[in-house]
Ligand binder design. Sequence first.
Ligand code: GLC
Length: 369
Amino acid sequence: MRFFAVLSTVCAASIVACAPSRPAERATASGLLAGFSRGVSFGNALDAPREGEWGVVLSERHFAAAAAAGFDHVRLPVRFGAHAGSAAPFRIESAFLRRVDWAVDQALSHGLGVVVDFHHYDELTTDPDTHGSRFVALWTELASHYRDRPARVALELLNEPHDALTAPKWNALLADAVRAIRAVDPERLLIVDGPGWAAATALHELTLPPSDGRLVASFHCYEPLLFTHQGAEWMGPEYQTVGLVFPGPPPRPVEPVPAARSVDWVREWFHGYATAPAVDNPGGVGPIIAAFDRAQAFARGAHVPLYLGEFAAIDRAESPSRARWLRAVRTEAERRGIAWAYWDDGGRMRALDVERGTWLEPLRSALFE
Ligand code: GLC
């Protein structure tokens, strides 16, 4: 008591001098991330050009079902870039922001944390030199908007930087965005995706601002991509071979589509998938473990915690294979103490039957049991 009185007198005299001597009171990235261990993204809703355009409209049922299943947070992909002015001061449409607030409130009122994820800023990834300053301005606006929200609200700077937003450009831009956010909100948990589509293989190219203390590095795991994205309409013709099982090798031969044979890495992958023993089959657990090893090596070097922000396998894959893959990734993350979020796009990668409020088996059990 007496010590406290003395301390507060000293602090009152020199608040600035006292603040740095009490860093233990500030939440760390790991401490904040503890409330975000098992999550689900509700994709293709607020990240569609207009909500509903891609077949998903968020409802209270999404959040109730997430809480009931045992998720502790949701990740909310939002296409802020399509709902803001194109000239300075780049104001975000108030009706859209109210809709995002409704979703944030839904999450919090169901006892869930929420990651607000800046998704599909395609103009930025195509032309970062033109859109970089707009991106930072939007984050300045968003940082003020979320400043008074509880620590259960985390912000993800940008989903899957790629294309012309190369690693050096992303590193420079994210430093500007973090600086802008920190000027407004020094405590918020910020999640930063690595370059190259947030693939684990490119995470070592990510440079995070030093000494922030509340940054998390994020990667996505869709390895092996030809299995998880088999027959996906949004992928190229070389991804259109279906009937791939997990793990390889398959018990019956799988005939690749002609386009798969004309792309070198895909042709080689199919050869290995058909012939290599399980232990080093490219369609087995090896690529998953390698991805986690690489992500973790980066995180250890950068002294930041990791977040597996997306993983999912398409419904074109047979159900037992899909569940085996999902369980393999989820348990690998948990074994290493890595927080995760399943990617539910309400379509081919959906796990929630929103009408019934139930989770599809065996996906649910692969995520939780
Ligand atoms: C990324 C894309 C999303 C896609 C998912 C799986 O998150 O933004 O649109 O569905 O990856 O491919």
